[in-house]
Design a protein around this ligand. Structure first.
Ligand SMILES: Cc1ncc(COP(=O)(O)OP(=O)(O)O)c(N)n1
Ligand SMILES: Cc1nc(C(=O)O)sc1CCOP(=O)(O)O
Ligand SMILES: [Mg+2]
Length: 200
């Protein structure tokens, strides 16, 4: 699996549509809700937006809906791995990305043969509370050395100004929420990210 460098993580199909319109070719739909009607509607709309743009949608957490609705990729954290039916996910042909935050989590992630591994938070993030200290760029390099050719995603506290350093340290893709979504002009910011991380 080859990942585009810019990997926005968003909470609605409307954002998926806006950012694919700005050129994103890899987008994660991360909706923290149990409302399956709403989730299903959002996944459908996000899949349609990605299909129209030639982009890959990664559904976060909601593996049953991702399978049922014909998604092509899924992101799971370590707790999600406790409950997900990995054989069913594989049978449905979904690509799988897995979060990691320490060595033990990396071992577990590698044991499920993921299509990419994510490491975070690289810098402090305000989006969610996490028990891990910021990993830093050196850890990203260590993950690169550990996982060989497997695609590596950096996430957490990453700004446009920091994105290239993540790539230089070994990340194939750089995931981002706040630096793009909270920007005064998110589409322009997305284009700047793409220029920064997808031109080499
Ligand atoms: C690309 C990427 N990396 C890490 C995460 C975090 O996943 P997880 O640990 O399951 O936490 P939630 O996102 O579900 O709160 C991610 N979503 N994407
Ligand atoms: C959803 C998520 N997962 C992380 C991890 O380290 O696993 S960091 C993160 C939030 C990323 O948001 P921002 O770009 O605003 O810091
Ligand atoms: Mg999760």
């Amino acid at each position: 699996m080859r990942l585009p460098g810019f990997y926005p993580v968003v909470d609605s199909a409307s954002w998926v549509s806006r950012l694919t319109g700005a050129g994103a070719r890899l987008v994660q739909l991360r909706i923290k809700s149990d409302d399956t009607v709403r989730l299903s509607r959002e996944i459908d709309a996000a899949l349609a937006a990605c299909q129209a743009a030639g982009a890959l949608l990664v559904v976060n957490d909601h593996w049953e809906l991702a399978v049922a609705q014909g998604a092509q990729a899924l992101h799971l954290g370590q707790e999600d791995l406790d409950t997900a039916d990995l054989p069913a996910i594989r049978r449905a042909g979904l690509k799988l990305g897995v979060s990691t935050h320490d060595e033990a989590e990396l071992d577990r992630a590698l044991s499920v043969a993921p299509d990419y591994v994510a490491l975070g938070p690289i810098w402090p993030t305000t989006l969610k509370k996490m028990p891990w200290a910021p990993q830093g760029l050196a850890r990203l390099g260590a993950w690169r050395a550990r996982i060989g050719a497997l695609p590596l995603v950096a996430i957490g506290g990453i700004t446009l100004e920091r994105a290239r350093a993540c790539r230089a340290a070994g990340a194939d893709a750089v995931a981002v929420v706040s630096d793009v979504l909270a920007h005064a002009d998110p589409e322009a910011r997305a284009r700047a990210w793409i220029a920064a991380v997808e031109t080499d």
